[in-house]
Design a protein around this ligand. Structure first.
Ligand SMILES: NC(=O)c1ccc[n+]([C@@H]2O[C@H](COP(=O)([O-])OP(=O)(O)OC[C@H]3O[C@@H](n4cnc5c(N)ncnc54)[C@H](O)[C@@H]3O)[C@@H](O)[C@H]2O)c1
Length: 355
């Protein structure tokens, strides 16, 4: 059944931790969707639901059975994603999986196979794809502003407070900034530049001394021949990261810097400020470059993502970040760890059964 344009589509929110609460807060004030209920076993989640007058369940399966949800958001820890997502899919609910789509390629594939069999769409929460800045950058790339992509450079460096690491999973394998944060930058570059062919990397835990890395430096080769570098750290005092520079959420103190630099044979683009550089006349090292700034309009990508969830659930749009995109981006992130451990180039194998 399709919701009338005037009614809001009920969405089940599973996991009410840091990002789950952001989804709940936005869903409550979104014109297209509403909260069908919250599932999260913690007393804090129960208290939140009660304070908002929302139905609360400790077990997500009970929420799925008892509510009128027509789509679901899975915002639980990574290792639970595949099983929880499959529970939603088996009830025919289109699902927005928080990133990473799952903790392993096998689990991600299991999730996507289940979705394919059921004919249910999977979306992955790489919300930057919904940011108008990224949409504009992608249009510029497609219009040929770069020409042939040559190199990309990105930084994702900032300081996380010590209290962030009170949760054990954030100190343990799978919980570091490569899988939590850099994965967004990898997805961003896949979206703008194309598929990643191979990865080299170094990681370090020298500052925090946890099982997981606090810093990583990554080299990328794209299938179209372009090369890239990405640096991530959650232990350095810097403004050079997308969250601060793009101001995607109001709880970040926004700064006016660029964090990603795309270069090609015809010109270059900086992000998020969308400066473009090219030669107006003669080309060459000694010729003046012309700088312009394309229109920049800011919009909350999480709100846009919620609009998209309903549009996909109603069959009006295809997932902007599909389950397969989620798998390919996860492959690249896992390749960073593999390359750092093995100290050799890791080639991303092609997914045998694109969905
Ligand atoms: N898109 C983004 O920018 C972004 C930002 C932060 C986190 N995330 C992703 O969102 C997910 C959650 O991250 P977080 O930082 O919010 O974690 P968190 O630990 O703050 O919250 C997770 C919540 O899930 C609950 N939970 C665990 N198992 C559950 C289950 N089976 N059913 C229902 N609830 C369950 C926990 O009790 C907890 O409250 C992770 O996959 C993370 O990578 C995405």
């Amino acid at each position: 059944m399709t919701a009338s344009p005037t009614s809001r589509m009920p969405v089940a929110v599973i996991g009410a931790g840091a990002i789950g609460r952001m989804h709940i807060e936005r869903t409550l004030r979104h014109p297209d969707v509403s909260v069908a209920g919250i599932a999260d076993p913690t007393p804090a989640a129960r208290k939140l639901a009660e304070s908002l007058g929302l139905a609360w369940y400790a077990d997500h399966r009970e929420l799925l059975e008892k509510s009128d949800a027509r789509a679901a958001i899975v915002a639980t820890p990574n290792h639970t994603h595949a099983d929880v997502g499959i529970d939603c899919i088996s009830r025919g609910l289109p699902v927005l999986m928080e990133k990473p789509v799952a903790d392993t390629i096998e689990n991600a594939q299991r999730l996507c196979d289940a979705a394919k069999r059921a004919g249910v769409p999977v979306m992955v929460g790489h919300q930057r794809r919904h940011n108008p800045i990224i949409q504009r950058a992608r249009a510029l790339v497609n219009e040929g502003v770069l020409g042939r992509p040559v190199s990309v450079n990105g930084m994702a460096t900032w300081l996380k407070p010590d209290s962030y690491f009170d949760l054990a999973w954030r100190r343990e394998k799978g919980g570091g900034p490569v899988l939590i944060n850099l994965i967004h930058d990898l997805d961003l570059l896949r979206f703008l530049v194309g598929e990643i062919d191979s990865v080299q990397a170094m990681t370090s835990s020298a500052v925090r001394g946890f099982e997981v890395e606090d810093t990583a430096a990554v080299l990328l080769r794209f299938a179209n021949g372009a090369l890239g570098t990405l640096t991530v750290s959650d232990a350095a005092v810097t403004p050079w990261n997308w969250d601060l520079a793009a101001g995607e959420a109001p709880h970040y103190a926004q700064v006016s810097v660029d964090t990603h630099f795309l270069s090609g044979t015809e010109g270059s683009i900086t992000l998020p400020r969308l400066h473009t550089w090219r030669f107006d006349g003669k080309r060459g090292w000694h010729e003046p470059l012309t700088q312009s700034q394309t229109m920049l309009h800011r919009q909350d990508p999480y709100m846009e993502q919620l609009r998209h969830v309903r549009a996909v659930a109603e069959g009006r749009e295809q997932p902007l970040c599909s389950g397969v995109d989620g798998i390919r981006t996860l492959q690249a992130a896992l390749a960073v760890h593999e390359a750092a451990l093995a100290q050799h180039v890791v080639r991303l194998h092609t997914i045998s059964n694109p969905l």
